[in-house]
Design a protein around this ligand. Structure first.
Ligand code: ADE
Length: 232
């Protein structure tokens, strides 16, 4: 898969050279390229922002550098998908991550300040699938942290990236027998730690009882932490 990220802070994406995503890149399963938006400016100050039309606080990203950057990058994609992290986007979910992991690539446009001039998303809708996404109901300083999350969520779903495929099937939010539930508690050695014992059932070797217990724990945890998932 090919992923291009466009940002004014390329260093923010440095963690994508580590761990699971870093390995996927080294092994050739992910071709990830980070571009500096300021490389697509032409003035001495490499300006990317300006005051909002209509007034108001903060600054808005100007469309010209985005146009030049996206013209250069999107044309390298056969079936272009343009992802724009923004607090005003739709929710980024496991089902979007799964759909995107099956595509040949995507371009992530990281906005800063009050966002990117709206004409950019409108313009590229004619040549790409443009999807504004929000990580959660809070406001980040820019799209970079969202890009980190999106790249990691998508990359771990690429075939061969996570060693044990069953660990993906078991994920919270993954389709399957635990669909719609978050994962319950997990334990490893030692069997007792600081007076806290591992639940007996997990040491019983009875796979039927263990599966039933895990299901019940997932339901309890979902009720406590995410009652919204149980509605409907
Ligand atoms: N940019 C700023 N806040 C964001 C959020 N919550 N999700 C995605 N992108 C963002």
């Amino acid at each position: 898969m090919r992923i291009d990220v466009i940002t004014i802070f390329p260093d923010y994406l440095a963690p994508l050279g580590l761990s699971l995503v870093g390995k996927a890149r080294e092994q050739g399963m992910l071709d990830m390229r980070v571009h500096d938006l300021r490389d697509f400016t032409h003035d001495r100050h490499r300006t990317v922002d300006d005051e909002p039309y209509g007034g108001g606080p903060g600054m808005v990203m100007r469309p010209e550098p985005w146009g030049e950057a996206l013209d250069a990058v999107l044309t390298e994609h056969a079936d272009p998908l343009l992802v724009i992290p923004t607090p005003s986007g739709g929710p980024f979910t496991q089902s979007l991550a799964t759909a995107w992991a099956a595509r040949p690539g995507m371009v992530i446009a990281c906005g800063r300040y009050e966002g990117i001039d709206a004409r950019v998303a409108d313009h590229y809708a004619a040549q790409a699938e443009v999807v504004p996404v929000c990580l959660g109901d809070y406001v980040l300083a820019g799209g970079e942290v969202a890009a980190l999350a999106i790249v990691e969520a998508v990359t771990r779903l690429l075939p061969g990236v996570v060693g044990n495929e069953a660990s993906i099937a078991d994920d919270s939010f993954a389709p399957g027998s635990m669909e719609g539930l978050v994962e319950g508690p997990v334990y490893t050695r030692p069997p007792e730690w600081r007076g806290h014992a591992v639940p007996d059932v997990l040491l019983s070797g009875d796979h039927g009882r263990i599966a039933a217990w895990r299901r019940e724990q997932a339901e309890r945890r979902t009720r406590d932490m995410r009652p919204d998932l149980l509605e409907g």
